[in-house]
Ligand binder design. Sequence first.
Ligand SMILES: NC(=O)C1=CN([C@@H]2O[C@H](COP(=O)(O)OP(=O)(O)OC[C@H]3O[C@@H](n4cnc5c(N)ncnc54)[C@H](O)[C@@H]3O)[C@@H](O)[C@H]2O)C=CC1
Ligand SMILES: O=C(O)C(=O)COP(=O)(O)O
Length: 409
Amino acid sequence: MATTSLDKSKIRILLLEGVHQSALDTLHAAGYTNIEYIKHAISETELKEKIADAHFIGIRSRTQLTDDVLQHADKLVAICCFCIGTNQVDLKAATRRGIAVFNAPFSNTRSVAELVLAQAILLLRGIPEKNASAHRGGWMKSAKNSYEIRGKKLGIIGYGNIGTQFSVLAESLGMDVYFYDVVAKLPIGNAKQVGSLKELLNQSDVVSLHVPETPSTRWMFGAEQLAQMKPGSILMNASRGTVVDIEALTETLRSGKLLGAAIDVFPVEPRSNDDEFISPLREFDNVILTPHIGGSTVEAQENIGREVAEKLTLYSDTGTTMASVNFPEVALPSHPNQHRLLHIHENVPGVLSEINRVFSENDINVCGQYLQTNEDIGYVVIDVDKEYSELALEKLKHVKATIRCRVLF
Ligand SMILES: NC(=O)C1=CN([C@@H]2O[C@H](COP(=O)(O)OP(=O)(O)OC[C@H]3O[C@@H](n4cnc5c(N)ncnc54)[C@H](O)[C@@H]3O)[C@@H](O)[C@H]2O)C=CC1
Ligand SMILES: O=C(O)C(=O)COP(=O)(O)O
């Protein structure tokens, strides 16, 4: 019988942006050896070339997998984001092509929360300016504009995993925490949800953004919101570079209204550590500029590497899609002595009955069947005796609304 399932050594995995060694170790331990490992993000042209051969791609926040790029990804089975955000992936385009997307939804949460807490303390004491001055031979010994964090009001925008972690840490240091979120959220500890962003900004000494990049958060923080902030307050953004209008922030900082700012993410970020970081914010000593390292700790990266690589191998080996960002979630047992057919189709009426007809009309015994759908696609997994998989695969490919169909053994 012809082989339809790929040998592991032929499954090509492209890993970009220097994902942690733990990812490579996990993949090697699972028998995957055909891995191209690149330490930085690559240009769109190179990406289009390389993705054409890849069955799996691993990226972090910098690589943009647009509809245009995915048009070149004929063999791609899954996209693995070794980070929280998946805004860099056109999820609709991936789903339409039957490409599953995975991420690490909370392995770097604590790292971001610790960073912003530290930044709030440093900014309230004016440390960035004093440090910069001392490096130039200055001596700014003064208590002017230098404050304890205790008793200050923290305003968190986006009270999700990171926002709540930060909330807990900030309360433990005596901050009063308020938050604004588009969804009603259970407040942790003594935190209080406020009804509008304006209300939050009017009262907060420290404002910190922890929203995902979505159409509703793109440029949500501009001149109007900066005007609503208290004089002498602080703005921190470790969410996405498209959330804050940098020109408006630059103007506000020039006016001296803010005590300082901490910005970790930028509208355009360098592709590698060899490229120059360009930003109008470079001129301000009272702004902490960090190179998108909110989640860059050894602990977070090691955990993310392992976690996402495990999701990749599980999907590749068994078809399991648990915790996928865009696919219906199906947890599948191993399938010894059987072949497993994976059928991804548009979620339209009549597909299932057509699939079932393939098996009844061809007298193929179904040993196991699993189904899950979401609003866009359906994912059906069927285990059959080995000798029938080739025939079934051929027939299933012709079922209406089929996006992708393959066999695992
Ligand atoms: N700087 C870095 O290295 C890192 C940055 N991030 C960024 O942080 C973001 C947040 O991460 P998590 O807390 O894990 O996400 P999450 O999904 O747990 O929480 C996001 C929260 O924002 C809220 N939200 C959405 N739109 C909003 C709006 N327009 N206004 C107010 N609230 C809104 C949601 O309801 C949710 O409660 C990620 O999407 C990612 O972009 C994440 C990790 C590391
Ligand atoms: O987890 C996220 O969403 C981040 O922003 C971290 O991105 P990175 O892996 O550091 O490129």
